[in-house]
Design a protein around this ligand. Structure first.
Ligand code: SAJ
Length: 451
């Protein structure tokens, strides 16, 4: 091959020269920051998403992701001959699609643009379905689109959190239908996302990135790509290894949160203040990591990711007991805390039925507006099932619809506090004045130890 550079070498040259056209599939809290980071590094970047509203907003320079202010989009606005194209002209058919220029970002709903891209990074959701089993439909949809447009010299990276084996057993066969061979004609890798929304310290650029390839060449190309924007790359020996790294990271959290939640239950039975125990244990300078008890575990990562691992092991006839137990303990915390409310009302001579309970904070953790898998949803449902008149207040969540119930946040917090028979602190948003809550509330059940 003297003189004829290999497909890998040609792609590496484009990557190192920042001329490789990069596609990011899925423009959520993971995909958008990644796309922006590559564009700001000088790459031509196209974002692909099925949601036309998101695509139009981005092409208007409007961001809907908290960590990416719209001003950052303006800096990488897609320009042709130095002028900003109107949004509707950006969504042309691929044949007339103006491919992004170096250092710019544009968005489209048309997957056929992938035929013009040198790299495609898949950042689509991996939820659980009704039976709490992995739902990889979005990975499959992306794989199907890529299979139609994959070409020689293309790198595909999967970032979505999923069970070990997804890249090799699910994605690779779909892409090889093209007749192209992985590791020679195209490259396939897995690299877990570690985006932490709202984190003021850890961004895309300074969070170490684990990368595993289907072959050594796949790993090399993926490592080279991420090395253009991320300070520290951590190559591992396979895509399964990289998939497993992410699941260990989040299972570690789920199990330790469950441990501290069970510790809270044990301390309650022992008449010991678990918060004092945790604070004192946290003074241990080595070999301990602080977790805090709470109303349960919400979000789109921690309650779900471990089940991707336990599901895979079940197919191998192994029962991942820690994951099972952590899930049981964490998902039973809403019931534990609702019982606390019942006991408190009972001590005040009030039945739950007909009592007004004000839930303070419904987001799954403080200072965000995301209610996915939030324990507040279970708490409200349990209280309603017992006949309580449930109200809520959350400065970040105006309306809450769950199991075809729709509640709206109480407009007047002080009045809501004063008229509630019991106030339940579920999410400890920083904006609350806890002294005022304590003064106005007749009765408080505090799941976050803020009072
Ligand atoms: N929680 C507790 N006690 C704790 C920690 C969390 O009850 O000690 C609860 C929270 O209230 C929340 C849930 O668990 O309901 C999840 O909280 P989280 O802090 O894990 O936040 P997430 O869900 O946003 O997790 C993300 C994850 N990031 C990625 O997957 C890239 C996780 O790996 C991060 O470690 C976590 O953010 C983080 O550290 O903020």
């Amino acid at each position: 091959m003297y003189g004829k550079r290999s497909v890998k070498e040609q792609l590496l040259t484009k990557i190192e020269g920042h001329s490789a056209i990069i596609a990011v599939i899925g423009l959520g809290y993971v995909g958008l920051p990644l796309a922006v980071a590559f564009a700001e590094r000088g790459f031509p970047v196209v974002g692909v998403d099925v949601d036309a509203a998101k695509v139009a907003a981005l092409n208007r320079g409007e961001s809907y992701v908290q960590d990416i202010p719209s001003a950052r989009l303006a800096g990488i606005r897609f320009k042709v001959e130095g002028r900003n194209l109107e949004p509707d002209t950006l969504n042309l058919q691929p044949s007339t699609f103006n491919l992004p220029l170096p250092g710019t970002f544009t968005a489209t709903t048309d997957y056929s643009v992938l035929a013009h891209c040198d790299a495609a990074i898949i950042c689509v959701p991996t939820p659980l379905n009704k039976t709490r089993d992995p739902d990889v439909r979005y990975i499959i949809a992306s794989g199907e689109s890529l299979a139609q447009h994959i070409h020689r010299g293309m790198l595909v990276v999967l970032e979505s959190t999923t069970y070990p084996g997804t890249t090799e057993e699910l994605l690779r066969p779909m892409l090889q239908q093209s007749g192209l061979r992985v590791g020679r004609d195209f490259f396939l890798a897995f690299s877990p996302e570690r985006i932490n929304p709202g984190d003021p310290i850890y961004m895309v650029e300074n969070t170490p990135k684990v990368v595993g390839g289907e072959t050594a060449a796949c790993r090399d190309v993926a490592v080279a790509l991420y090395a253009q924007i991320i300070q520290r790359i951590v190559p591992v020996s396979s895509t399964q290894t990289a998939e497993m790294v992410k699941l260990l990271e989040n299972t570690f959290r789920a199990v330790n949160i469950a441990l501290v939640n069970e510790t809270a239950i044990m301390c309650d039975k022992l008449g010991i203040d678990v918060w004092e125990v945790v604070e004192a244990a946290a003074t241990k300078p080595y070999g301990f990591m602080k977790f805090t008890p709470g109303p349960g575990v919400g979000g789109h990562c921690i309650p779900l990711d471990p089940h991707y691992l336990s599901w895979k092991l079940k197919t191998l006839n192994y029962n991942a007991r820690f994951i099972q137990l952590a899930g049981e303990i964490n998902s039973d915390m809403p019931r534990y805390w609702v019982n606390k409310v019942m006991e408190a009302l009972n001590d005040a001579g009030k039945p739950v039925r007909g009592s007004r309970v004000l839930v303070l904070g419904v987001a799954y953790k403080k200072d965000i507006d995301d209610v996915r898998e939030s324990p507040a949803l279970d708490i409200i449902e349990l209280l309603q099932a017992k006949g309580a008149d449930v109200r809520y207040h959350d400065p970040h969540v105006a309306t809450l619809s769950h199991n075809n119930h729709t509640l709206t946040s109480e407009p007047d917090l002080d009045a809501a506090l004063a008229t509630a028979d019991c106030v339940m602190v579920v999410t400890d948003h920083s904006s609350y004045n806890w002294l005022s809550v304590r003064q106005r509330a007749r009765l408080v059940v505090d799941t976050r130890h803020v009072l």
